[in-house]
Ligand binder design. Structure first.
Ligand code: DOR
Length: 431
């Protein structure tokens, strides 16, 4: 019998509203006991003193690039990077090649996920064929194949009639629509946030209103249809205000924010580092602070990385030509710990937004240390300092603005279904 005892950690279990010292016993892939002082003589004991023990993180928004862009990432490398970052489950976007707009692609991703990835992999299918925003996908067939949500992420569905139908059908299918809300006609050729920084550095600006306009439309359509709208990578105060007001009216809306939009501002783009180019762009300090406050108050429900690998030759070009995106799995925990260090968020609340809330939004198990729950567990050292070198990480790509930076907060061990799949000392242990 496979028994592991995590002894003497600080247990952070948002689902059970628990924050305090204790032991966790893992047995046959499940959490067998959670208590003050568990005796289990035959168990393998892991000393968790001084560490946090939490449900594994769940990432609502990632790009694993398989099929089709395996030179950037594949399900094996992305899954390894995920568990090294404490993520035990990841949902992957449909902008692959071929696009995940057909059950055969959903099947393929699930199959590769089971075989190649130490993290659980949940496919998000395209809302429209080829992500073209014109013709809806066969949602029912995609959900039966295992899609957990629909999204044209990377692209905005500009046609409001199509968007209305997509929401109506997703409601019948019982899954959320995840929107990349940027009005293309307002974005124009903008590559950084429109404002003083874009003017100073001479790059075309993408205005904050491009996000708010689209969020306003999508909230109105969600209200009309009663569908579950999930707003991806919220980056502006305007979008936050709209989401808060809509929720107040009873609209079924959830929303996520990325580590980079919580910590960085458009000042980070001033050095023309293409690893700071993301869609939506890094925003003003006022927008960033509004996103932080909204995450703390719960208007923004979850943290999602938007892990978006791109190859070195693609990023090593002038800013306007580089594809948007940055890798996020292995730095996410250390980066968002900033909110705990600043006193804005309690550790339990941070774990809620990295684990319990994203699992709830996706309608999947996870985010809980309850007895009998699958033992997806992470052990964390919030005080450990380390220097991030993407070349030593597990992603195939290196496009991170935190490359070479000293970070505080480290993943010590990750368990998926009771199996140790990552340890700080031994690295990824899979297969
Ligand atoms: O920065 C981004 N990169 N934002 C997106 O929406 C798409 C993603 C990608 O696929 O690279």
């Amino acid at each position: 019998m496979n028994r592991i005892l995590l002894r003497g950690g600080r247990l952070l279990d948002p689902a059970g509203e628990r924050d305090g010292p204790g032991d966790v016993l893992i047995e046959n892939g499940r959490i067998a006991a959670v208590d003050a002082d568990i005796r289990a003589d035959d168990a393998e004991v892991i000393d968790a003193a001084g560490r946090w023990v939490a449900p594994g993180f769940v990432d609502l928004h990632t790009h694993l690039r398989e099929p089709g862009h395996e030179y950037k990432e594949d399900i094996a490398s992305g899954g390894r990077a995920a568990v090294a970052g404490g993520f035990t489950a990841v949902a992957c976007m449909a902008n692959t090649n071929p696009v995940n707009d057909d059950p055969s692609v959903t099947d393929y991703i699930l199959d590769r996920g089971h075989q190649d990835s130490p993290a659980r992999v949940y496919p998000i299918a395209a809302a429209t064929r080829g992500l073209r925003g014109e013709i809806m996908t066969e949602m029912d067939a995609l959900v039966r194949a295992g899609a957990v949500a629909f999204s044209d992420d990377g692209a905005t569905i500009m046609d409001s009639g199509v968007m209305r139908r997509v929401l109506e059908y997703s409601r019948l299918a019982g899954v959320p629509i995840v929107v990349h809300a940027e009005d293309r006609t307002l974005v124009g050729n903008g590559v950084v946030n429109e404002g003083a920084v874009s003017t100073r550095i001479g790059l075309p600006g993408n205005p904050a209103i491009a996000e708010a306009v689209m969020v306003a439309r999508d909230l109105m359509l969600a209200e009309l249809t009663g569908a579950h709208l999930h707003v991806a990578h919220v980056s502006t105060a305007g979008a936050v205000d709209l989401i808060r007001a809509a929720r107040g009216r009873g609209v079924h809306v959830t929303a996520e924010v990325t580590p980079h939009h919580l910590v960085l501002t458009d000042e980070a783009t001033a050095g023309y580092d293409t690893n700071t180019k993301v869609a939506p762009p890094l925003r003003s300090l006022a927008d960033r602070n509004a996103c932080r406050a909204a995450l703390c108050e719960g208007t923004l429900d979850a943290i999602a990385t938007d892990h978006a690998p791109h190859a070195e030759h693609e990023k090593d070009v002038e800013f306007t030509a580089a594809p948007p995106g940055l890798i996020g799995f292995e730095t996410a925990f250390a980066v968002v710990l900033d909110l705990v260090r600043s006193g804005e968020l309690e550790p339990l609340e941070l774990v809620r937004r990295l684990s319990t809330e994203p699992a709830r939004i996706l309608g999947q198990l996870g985010g809980s240390l309850a007895v009998d729950a699958p033992a997806d567990v992470v052990v964390l050292d919030p005080a450990a300092e380390w220097t991030y070198d993407p070349a030593k990480g597990y992603s195939k790509s290196r496009n991170s603005p935190w490359s070479g930076k000293t970070l505080t907060g480290r993943v010590i061990a990750t368990f998926v279904a009771g199996r140790l799949v990552y340890s700080e000392e031994r690295g990824v242990l899979f297969p």
